[in-house]
Unconditional design. Structure first.
Length: 204
């Protein structure tokens, strides 16, 4: 299986035909896709103005999309490296901190679905590196009350039957990202759960 870097080289290769370069860009998302594969693809298509069936596609747009994706990946991998080093140091000092944050890190290691969007059409429109920097800031500063990406106050709880299904949990009602529990206070989590059971009760 080709790695991210060799796929990226194909996207930039003027000797490859444009359809293959687009395909390679899409394959990059199997290695790194912060919103999940479909939502990250939707984001790149919209932001760099190309469609999945575009016949007259300007390869420059694919390269601009790749630049954005690569920068986001560098931001995230640097954070992961830092996180892993911190955990190693703690282990040497005899501190074992295996909590919810570590579980979450294991699940999204490498950057897939760090802020997964269940509905591929609903995701932030800001550049990906910026979104990840905001998430990292939230992860490093501890639990808060609002969405780490858009600062929106509407944290909802996705459950069976919702569009957002892969893992049930808190979702931002404004920008659509799945919010890692570790960045929310227990109060914010309880409120999101409470809203959901109230709306289920009134629908019953
Ligand atoms: Zn949000």
């Amino acid at each position: 299986m080709a790695g991210f870097r060799s796929l990226a080289r194909q996207v930039r290769d003027p000797g490859c035909d444009t359809a293959l370069r687009r395909y390679s860009l899409r394959k990059c998302l199997e290695r790194f896709a912060p919103y999940g594969h479909r939502a990250t693809w939707d984001h790149l298509c919209r932001r760099h103005r190309f469609g999945p069936e575009d016949r007259e596609l300007d390869p420059g747009r694919l390269i601009a999309a790749l630049d954005e994706l690569e920068e986001a990946r560098a931001v995230w991998l640097a954070y992961e490296e830092e996180f892993a080093a911190r955990r190693r140091r703690e282990k040497q000092e005899g501190l074992r901190r295996l909590g919810a944050l570590d579980d979450w890190h294991r699940r999204v290691w490498g950057g897939n679905g760090v802020v997964r969007c269940g509905d591929p059409a609903v995701h932030p429109s800001d550049p990906l590196p910026e979104v990840l920097r905001r998430l990292i800031k939230a992860l490093e500063s501890g639990p808060g009350e609002r969405c780490p990406v858009c600062a929106g106050p509407r944290i909802e709880w996705a459950g069976p039957g919702d569009t957002y299904e892969p893992s049930l949990g808190p979702v931002c009602g404004d920008c659509g990202v799945g919010v890692p529990r570790a960045v929310l206070t227990s109060g914010a989590l309880a409120r999101a759960r409470g809203e959901r059971s109230r709306s289920l009760a009134s629908a019953a």
